[in-house]
Design a protein around this ligand. Structure first.
Ligand code: SF4
Ligand code: SF4
Ligand code: SF4
Length: 456
């Protein structure tokens, strides 16, 4: 934290009054009319407090959604409302100075994962996450973004993926995962095609998979093989992540988003499939068209939706009796609450496992794992992130599940840390891993037919 404070002190000290004034102009532009209305419609009922995993775990007033909103609104009112200019003390208005900018940093980056849960529980529909994003965008343009979060964006811009994986390493990894997949499905014809022109599906990947979780990519390849899909990955423009969503810099978000669109155009594929990643899905499906002012001419879907389509089309057969341990499901905020994809993953799990239990609450009311909003990239807030994840840890513990399925690699990273921190003793998997384990492949051994509940 000392490093962050030293760096921020230096950056704040370097800002001129003109920079700060420009910052408020940026904020107003990013906020738009709907966001500005959100700043004025909070009735201070306090009901949102119990919906935020930060407040539930630290009980500090600064972690209440309404408090974060109020800190951000104070600067806006001081400049853009008549009451704020005439009687600032009466309406909680403050000049946007260095002290308030520092408070914004803490509220927008340090105590919010932009999960959107408070908005769902707000009596007047205040969109706190949207206001926080506008504040982040402002801070980023003023150079006040935590350096390691910006570094992820910069790496993606400079190398085409957020971990700086070289083309050679990516292709080597794809090749050996292909060989592993052939062994696992007992079929030398199983492929991970690269740059297959005109393929039906272009499948995109979170760099954490080739770097740390190759079994995730192998599971996806197994599902494609079983479904008999005409698919490909791209040699370049394959990373589905987009941390521009977290920094709030739409220009950089758009410059990253264009990589996937270029791959689609170069390869002439029909459907862009976003692998299991909450924010990657939100960025590609919902945000990129706005950032780029360009509507894609092809379908963009989540791998969860595609796998469920395969089941509905009878292209996958599974044995749910293989996995007897209790399984629960984590709902990534960006996939479920903000992305609208809730049922496919549940339907898939009901087909593939014999003991599936929901967390309480779940679906759109899920609690964030604490790793969202770029929190995993900001080392300075690690302790806060693990503390905030305590809500998710207790949700998991209460299910009695031994396996937690999380269709988001950011969530998986956070859940793995929570697993150690809170001694949960669980195994964390993607949905594709569960499907791959349950698949009945033509050449694979299967258990007693009478016990099969073949779901297709
Ligand atoms: S968006 Fe999520 S993390 Fe941010 S204040 Fe609301 S509930 Fe808390
Ligand atoms: S629930 Fe909505 S109106 Fe009530 S304090 Fe929270 S943000 Fe304000
Ligand atoms: S890390 Fe996961 S749970 Fe948490 S905000 Fe992203 S998608 Fe939400």
């Amino acid at each position: 934290m000392a490093d962050l404070e030293t760096t921020l002190d230096a950056r704040l000290a370097a800002l001129s009054d003109a920079d700060l004034a420009r910052g408020l102009d940026i904020f107003r532009a990013k906020l738009g009319a709907a966001g500005a209305a959100s700043l004025q419609t909070c009735v201070h009922c306090g009901l949102c407090a119990g919906s935020c995993h930060y407040y539930l775990t630290d009980h500090e007033p600064a972690s209440m959604p309404a408090h974060k909103l109020e800190q951000i609104a104070a600067g806006f009112r001081g400049r853009f409302t008549l009451a704020g200019r005439l009687a600032p003390a009466l309406v909680g208005a403050r000049p946007f100075d260095r002290a308030l900018a520092r408070t914004w940093i803490e509220a927008a980056f340090g105590r919010c994962s932009t999960c959107g849960r408070c908005s769902l529980n707000c009596t007047t529909g205040v969109n706190v996450a949207a206001v926080v994003r506008a504040a982040r965008a402002t801070l980023t343009e003023l150079g006040l973004i935590p350096a390691d979060l910006q570094q992820v964006v910069t790496t993606a811009l400079e190398t085409g993926n957020n971990m700086g994986i070289t083309r050679e390493d990516w292709l080597d990894t794809v090749q050996w995962i292909e060989e592993e997949t052939q062994g696992a499905v007992n079929d030398p014809a199983a492929r991970i095609p690269v740059d297959r022109q005109g393929a039906n599906i272009l499948f995109t990947v979170n760099p954490r998979e080739p770097k740390f979780f190759p079994l995730g990519l192998q599971a996806s390849a197994t599902v494609f093989h079983a479904a008999g899909e005409d698919w490909t990955v791209a040699s370049e423009g394959w990373d589905l992540t987009n941390y521009g969503l977290f920094s709030g810099n739409n220009a950089e978000g758009g410059a990253i988003a264009v990589n996937l669109l270029d791959s689609m155009e170069r390869l002439g594929c029909r459907t862009l499939v976003i692998g299991e990643c909450g924010h990657g899905f939100a960025a590609a499906r919902w945000e990129s068209a706005e950032w780029l002012r360009r509507r894609p001419s092809f379908r963009i879907i989540s791998f969860l939706e595609l796998m469920e389509e395969y089941f509905q089309q009878g292209r996958l057969k599974v044995d749910p009796t293989r996995l007897k341990e209790r399984v629960t499901l984590h709902d990534p905020c960006n996939t479920v609450r903000q992305g609208g994809i809730s049922e496919p993953q549940r339907s898939i799990l009901r087909r593939c496992v014999s003991d599936f239990v929901e967390m309480t609450p779940h679906g759109a009311e899920n609690f964030c794992c604490g790793g969202g909003g770029g929190q995993l990239a900001m080392a300075e807030y690690r302790q806060k992130r693990l503390q905030a994840g305590g809500v998710k840890a207790e949700q998991i513990r209460a299910t009695g599940a031994r396996i937690v399925v999380a269709p988001c690699h950011n969530c998986i990273d956070q859940l793995m840390e929570l697993n150690r921190e809170y001694k949960l003793g669980v195994v964390i998997k993607t949905v594709a891993e569960i499907v791959a384990d349950a698949l009945i492949l033509p050449s694979a051994p299967s258990s007693d037919k009478e016990n099969h509940d073949v779901a297709c």
